[in-house]
Design a protein around this ligand. Structure first.
Ligand SMILES: [Zn+2]
Length: 67
């Protein structure tokens, strides 16, 4: 797959959630990581997502209904 930088950015933003959850295959994760090295906007987005993921992990799926 070949993307222009703009398309890469858009695709990567869609994958950030998966990445933040620790999902995706090795190739996808490597692609996300290399984009993060070049893209401050995605790094910021990922740090926001990481906070949400940490929050969800702390709450636990069983407790989500009460939130
Ligand atoms: Zn980006």
């Amino acid at each position: 797959m070949r993307y222009s930088p703009r398309e890469t950015h858009r695709e990567l933003r869609e994958q950030l959630g998966v990445f933040a959850l620790g999902h995706g295959d090795a190739e996808e994760r490597a692609t996300v990581r290399s984009h993060l090295n070049k893209c401050a906007a995605c790094r910021g987005e990922l740090s926001e997502l990481a906070k949400v993921v940490a929050l969800l992990a702390a709450v636990g799926p069983a407790n989500l209904r009460q939130v």
